[in-house]
Design a protein around this ligand. Structure first.
Ligand code: NAP
Length: 315
């Protein structure tokens, strides 16, 4: 029997692609690089595999009449037009859970980095300035007030880590979690007004677009720090740049940006900012687990077995 054909819509790692090649014919990004090959194969492509940053718009699905499933190696699937997929009964899967630890670790690491100025401290030593005297004092994290925007799987992993730092934890989400011991605020703005560090860990997409605007940043205030490990779209980036330049907030640590991999040049030059290139889940262990889960979902679909981790809309 011939192997089913699938389209990789992103540059995916060999530890995902190689095992897939054993059971599928994998077309790598031919929709972008080779229109003739894509036109020839489009009618036979039965699945898409992509990363959390991949775009799978309605227009791409429309060119794939045999498409049955989309497997995303990532928990965020805001690049997939799920409405268009549901209309054609195309099933969508993602990789929740296996990356909670890494993303939570990074959120805490970024919070410490921006408050304790760890990147600047490294530069201080490397540039030979230590003999001239000590660095200016930084900001304490332990015991401070943490606000989490989005208290889902990863948000809760951040909360338990923050508890070990003696931080008080409060949150906002679409719904109150009565079973959890943290204070709930009905909006990001109300939460921001009550905390020292505001960590964002919601999904991207239309529901959270520019949730963090100039008013929220003003509420966070000149002693407050913003940490974004969610999606760049959750923040009004222009308002954030202005708030950082004007001292409306104390600083920001950002793993995600509105137009990745492009980072506004204004952010490069600011001293109260720590920048990372979307590395929340980027460890060998976790990326391996994500790849295994993305591949297992594909195998399950083609074996006629239940999907392991369909997105909520497909459950
Ligand atoms: P999850 O378990 O689905 O949790 C999402 C949380 O966001 C939930 O608490 C949800 O509220 C809340 N939320 C959704 N819409 C909201 C809104 N409009 N306002 C306020 N809160 C809202 O997801 P997860 O597994 O924790 O992952 C969260 C996100 O992290 C992903 O979707 C992805 O965007 C991001 N992420 C980033 C990286 C990275 O590399 N930086 C890696 C992995 C994930 P309810 O609980 O009330 O539904």
């Amino acid at each position: 029997m011939s192997k089913p054909e699938i389209l990789a819509v992103a540059k995916l790692p060999p530890y995902l692609i190689e095992p897939l090649r054993e059971i599928f014919v994998v077309h790598e990004q031919i929709h972008q690089t080779d229109p003739a090959a894509f036109a020839a194969a489009a009618g036979r492509i039965r699945a898409i595999v992509g990363s959390g940053e991949s775009k799978v718009p309605r227009s791409l699905m429309a060119q794939l009449p045999a498409l049955e499933m989309i497997s995303i190696m990532g928990v965020g699937y805001d690049g997939v037009d799920v409405t268009a997929a549901l209309e054609r009964n195309i099933r969508v899967t993602h990789t929740p859970g296996v990356l909670n630890d890494d993303v939570a670790d990074l959120a805490i690491g970024l919070m410490l980095s921006v408050a304790r100025r760890i990147p600047q401290a490294d530069q201080y030593v490397r540039s030979g300035r230590w003999p001239e005297g000590p660095m200016p004092l930084a900001r304490k994290v332990s015991g401070e007030r943490l606000g989490i925007v989005g208290l889902g799987r990863i948000g809760q992993a951040i909360a338990t880590r923050a508890e070990a730092f003696g931080m008080s934890v409060a949150y906002t989400a679409r719904s109150r979690k009565a079973e959890l011991p943290y204070a709930y605020y009905p909006s990001a703005q109300a939460l921001a007004a009550e905390v020292d560090f505001l960590v964002l860990i919601t999904p991207g997409g239309a529901g959270t677009r520019k949730l963090i605007n100039a008013d929220v940043l003003k509420a966070l205030g000149p002693q407050g720090y913003l940490i974004n490990v969610a999606r760049g779209s959750v923040v009004d980036e222009a308002a954030l740049v202005e708030a950082l330049q004007q001292g409306v907030i104390a600083g920001a640590a950002l793993d995600v940006f509105e137009n990745e991999p492009v980072v506004p040049s204004a952010l490069w030059t600011l001293d109260n900012v720590v920048l990372a290139p979307h590395i929340g889940s980027a460890t060998r262990q976790t990326r391996g687990a994500m790849a295994d889960l993305a591949a297992s979902n594909l195998r399950a679909h083609f074996a006629g077995e239940p999907l392991l981790t369909p997105v909520p809309e497909c459950q």
